[in-house]
Design a protein around this ligand. Sequence first.
Ligand code: HCB
Length: 217
Amino acid sequence: MKILSSKEEILTKIREDLFNYDAEGIKVDVEKALNMGLSALEVIDVLSGCMREIGDKFARLELFLTDLMMAGDVMKVALEILLPKIPKEKAVSKGKIVIGTIKGDIHDIGKNIVSAMLTASGFEVYDIGKDVSASKFLEEAEKVKADIIGASALMTTTMPALKDLIDYIKAKNLRNKYKIIIGGGPVTKEYAEEIGADAYAENAVEAIKVIENLIKK
Ligand code: HCB
């Protein structure tokens, strides 16, 4: 029989809390994990994997929409504790980024993680929320003089709105003014290339690296 280390045990407990939609349990266990020396990012990574598993079960009709809602709520409780614990860089502003979830899509957990990690990495982040129109993305980018626009789509049905965003910015003759990065569950590097985005990132850690490179260019 495999003996679990105490770190593995607490991560298993946190997984169980999420799968049982136990908001009180996850608060206690996430605090415990941090006190035991696990990093916020390690815990977020495990929880993000759980959210994907929950989504897969929903797709196989093993779970209902209410399950997704409860899981989303419990994930947010955990993130309230974890996101402020991401180590902060003492850099002066590395650049300005306007970020949001695209029109028609209300999934914002992943986008919130990317926002928090960018802030911690020294970027000035303007998070404009979810279900955001192309015109609102551009309006905010113009207002704050952003360097980068980051957009998130979690559904195959809302991915085309990412292309609409890029086409809208092109139509306003402002495409060269902004670097555009896209991401979210169904989005791929190939799709980013196809619709003319500047970059794609699979997760928040990659998003930071990619955006740092875009800013250097
Ligand atoms: Co939702 N949902 N959902 N959902 N949902 C998905 C997305 C499905 C894939 C589940 C499935 O069927 N397998 C599916 C979409 C299928 C498709 O592609 N067509 C789906 C569906 C169908 C729906 C509804 C239509 C269900 C219904 O009403 N019948 C509805 C949509 C409503 C709407 O948007 N108009 C719906 C609703 C919900 C909620 C509200 C119950 C809840 C969202 C809560 C919230 O976000 N506040 C929810 C949830 C929780 C999910 C799943 C289970 C988890 C999403 C999540 O938080 N993942 C999801 C399953 C899945 O994604 N596989 C399921 C965890 C985060 C950490 O990962 O990929 O979002 P992430 O973000 C990463 C990464 O992509 C990257 O960095 C992040 C951090 O590492 N990244 C970027 C993200 N954005 C980036 C932007 C950048 O520029 C760069 C990198």
